[in-house]
Design a binder for this molecule. Structure first.
Ligand SMILES: *Cc1c(COP(=O)(O)O)cnc(C)c1O
Length: 356
């Protein structure tokens, strides 16, 4: 073949997710929930009317949208649902950042943001976090084509909080502020109430972490009627039916089970705080986490990598990012208490080996 058919092929650098091993291991590398979904979800999937699968689902997510609105105490018109929050975020980038001005986001944050910018042709400027991985509000007080804030932030686990978001919103009334709140259910504050006051704020969320449904792919966005309408139009220009019937009934069941949701998130937060204490007692630098993971500082990149490799050899998977500013740290998802006990024991063995 001699034709130049490859000239138009996509050549962008993709986002790389954590490993999904096929063997059973202690899996603390992709921030999944260690607990099963709500029993109501299991019932909803078992009782699914399979004959209905002949038919397309509701284009807007139907009762899933309604259940999310009830959970947040808002109107369903302010809710958008999609096939995982990665899809919702990509659509939101396309929908909200249509000017030529560069959008702003942090240097240490969800590494999918620059990938979507490249994919969608959106220009951006990186705004470095300070040495404690906190953003400076002043850095966001300049002309921009939009702002993306991950709050609480990944992979740092640090929450910015609504006072910080309010300051950013007050200073940026001419652009859209997108808050990726994938971990907000584990945090002290939630940005959703701010959407009542700020029509230029869009908050995205996911069922993959706090709702134990990473495998089903459900994400959502909450914002003003104007932004939600624009998102719907973007969806209908790309994929009209992003959420299938099984995901709609299961997601509705998950969003409606407040008691199970509270119980599992509280349990994870307790395990997180205990694990943070134990790691700090062993000499690791772990900032106070507002998420379902811990960002453990190991001192040097060599040591972080060695601990990552050692844990992996013991079938404990955590995440190592070989990137500037964070290559001396490990991101450790919160599992069940007994999984965290196993982690701590192996960390102690590693430290013991280091001394001898
Ligand atoms: C996990 C995660 C997402 C994506 O969630 P999905 O709904 O599984 O696509 C988005 N943003 C951040 C910061 C995340 O950690």
């Amino acid at each position: 073949m001699s034709g130049d058919w490859k000239k138009g092929l996509y050549e962008g650098e993709p986002y790389v997710s954590g490993e999904q091993p096929t063997r059973p291991v202690i899996k603390l590398n992709t921030n999944e929930n260690p607990y099963p979904p709500s029993p109501n979800v299991i019932r909803a999937i078992r009782d699914l009317d399979t004959d209905s699968l002949r038919l397309y689902p509701k284009q807007d997510g139907g009762n899933l949208r309604v259940a999310l609105a009830a959970h947040y105490g808002i109107s369903k018109e302010n809710v958008f649902v999609g096939n995982g929050s990665d899809e919702v975020l990509a659509l939101a980038f396309r929908t909200c950042f249509g000017t030529d001005a560069p959008i702003l986001f942090a240097d240490v944050t969800y590494s999918f943001y620059p990938v979507w910018c490249a994919f969608l042709g959106i220009s951006y400027e990186i705004v470095p976090l300070n040495e404690n991985f906190f953003p400076a509000a002043e850095d966001y007080k300049r002309p921009n084509g939009g702002i993306v804030l991950c709050d609480p932030n990944a992979p740092t686990s640090i929450g910015m909080g609504n006072d910080f978001l309010r300051e950013i919103l007050e200073a940026n009334q001419d652009s859209i502020v997108l808050v990726d709140a994938a971990y907000a259910d584990f945090a002290e504050e939630d940005a959703v109430p701010l959407t009542a006051k700020y029509a230029n704020l869009l908050v995205t969320g996911t069922f993959s972490k706090s709702r134990s449904l990473a495998g089903l792919r459900i994400g959502f966005a909450i914002g003003s009627l104007e932004i939600i309408h624009a998102l719907m139009a973007a969806k209908d220009s790309f994929n009209s039916y992003p959420v299938g019937r099984a995901a709609i009934v299961a997601g509705e069941a998950a969003a409606s089970d407040e008691e199970y949701f509270r119980m599992t998130t509280e349990r994870i937060k307790r395990t997180r705080d205990e694990t943070g204490e134990r790691l700090r007692a062993l000499g690791f630098d772990a900032p106070k986490s507002q998420t379902n993971f811990i960002f453990a500082g190991c001192g040097t990149p060599q040591r972080a990598r060695a601990l990552f490799e050692y844990l992996r050899s013991q079938d404990i998977y955590v995440r190592y990012f070989d990137m500037p500013r964070v290559n001396d740290r490990l991101r450790i998802s919160i599992g069940r208490p007994e999984e965290m006990d196993a982690l701590i024991s192996e960390v102690e063995v590693f430290l013991e080996n280091e001394r001898s």
